[in-house]
Design a binder for this molecule. Structure first.
Ligand SMILES: Cc1cc2nc3c(=O)[nH]c(=O)nc-3n(C[C@H](O)[C@H](O)[C@H](O)COP(=O)(O)OP(=O)(O)OC[C@H]3O[C@@H](n4cnc5c(N)ncnc54)[C@H](O)[C@@H]3O)c2cc1C
Length: 284
């Protein structure tokens, strides 16, 4: 289908983009890689009066080292740049593992990390990894900057902490302590490739005992979440299988034509176990 008419502006600077957003009406929206927004416009699920294209702003580009062995990734960096980055491979292999199978080449060339996080699709892969990595997001509006923890950023399906006049400037990922292993395991819907269940695990061990664990799950609840009951069980000495059994605790498990709640809940347990097992092996 053809989208309803809208105007298009490509600001030349961040300051211009922020001032356009500051006085914007409800019908104004930011476009980044366009991989989620354009299909919605074409299907007329969403309508806008004006698009502000932030995809080429220099301030939203780049992958650089963060403090303590971490990473800082610009909000308009596409998946392919992350996959090609030696710095990401060295400091945060979980990130590359999580996004390697997203969409196809075109989606990975155009789709951005900032766009994925801002869109908060309940089946997006990246939010699970952001939660497990304890990432935070830097937002900016003409009123100033905020740093928002991933844990708390995702309010619900397609709802985040981002305000209408804010841009997601960068994703900050802390470094991993020695003895930490990470893994992402997903069950993809065969036709769309989207995750029915996606589980990111970050596990630190000491002398074979789990001393730190964070698990982020996508595709199962209304939006990606931290599986705290799983983490608590692991830290309490439960077996991986017993801990994984809590994967969907506290969630209203999604049910749709692709997977009913019973199947999705069961797969959440299976893929949580697999992700934790793989991360634990990698922790050494
Ligand atoms: C065929 C196909 C298959 C896909 N498969 C998968 C998959 O398997 N797994 C998966 O996780 N995803 C999948 N995706 C979704 C894809 O990952 C996202 O569309 C993409 O990452 C979103 O980034 P974008 O830059 O294209 O965002 P856009 O489409 O440009 O924007 C999405 C939303 O975020 C807002 N936004 C974007 N950037 C910012 C910013 N910096 N600050 C504030 N707001 C912002 C926009 O206003 C818009 O509301 C698929 C998409 C397609 C088309």
């Amino acid at each position: 289908m053809i989208p309803a008419a809208f105007s298009y502006t490509r600001p030349a600077s961040l300051a211009e983009a922020l001032s356009l957003l500051a006085g914007a009406s409800d019908g104004t929206k930011v476009i980044n890689g366009g991989q989620s927004l354009l299909p919605l416009l074409k299907l007329r699920v969403a309508e806008v009066d004006r698009l502000i294209d932030i995809g080429r702003l220099g301030e939203l580009q780049g992958i650089r080292p963060g403090a303590d062995g971490g990473l800082v990734i610009g909000g308009a960096v596409p998946y392919t740049a992350v996959l090609a980055s030696p710095l990401v491979a060295e400091r945060c292999p979980l990130l590359a593992e999580t996004i390697a199978d997203i969409g196809d080449v075109q989606v990975r060339n155009r789709g951005t990390l900032g766009g994925s996080v801002a869109h908060a699709d309940p089946a997006s892969d990246l939010p699970a990894a952001m939660l497990a990595l304890d990432a935070s997001f830097v937002t900016r509006s003409s009123a100033g900057e905020r740093v928002v923890a991933a844990d708390g950023f995702f309010h619900g399906a397609f709802e985040t902490d981002l305000r209408p006049d804010e841009l997601l400037m960068e994703l900050r990922i802390p470094g991993l302590a020695a003895g930490t292993g990470t893994a992402y395991r997903r069950l993809a819907q065969p036709a769309s490739g989207y995750s029915l269940v996606g589980v990111a695990a970050v596990v630190r061990t000491d002398a074979g005992r789990v001393v730190d664990a964070r698990v982020g799950i996508t595709g199962v609840g209304e939006v990606a979440y931290r599986a705290r009951a799983v983490e608590t069980a692991l830290l309490g000495g439960s077996s991986v299988a017993d801990a994984a059994a809590h994967a969907a605790d506290g969630q209203v498990v999604a049910s749709d034509i692709h997977a009913d709640a019973e199947y999705r809940g069961a797969m959440a347990v299976v893929f949580t176990r697999r992700a934790i097992e793989a991360a634990t092996v990698r922790a050494g």
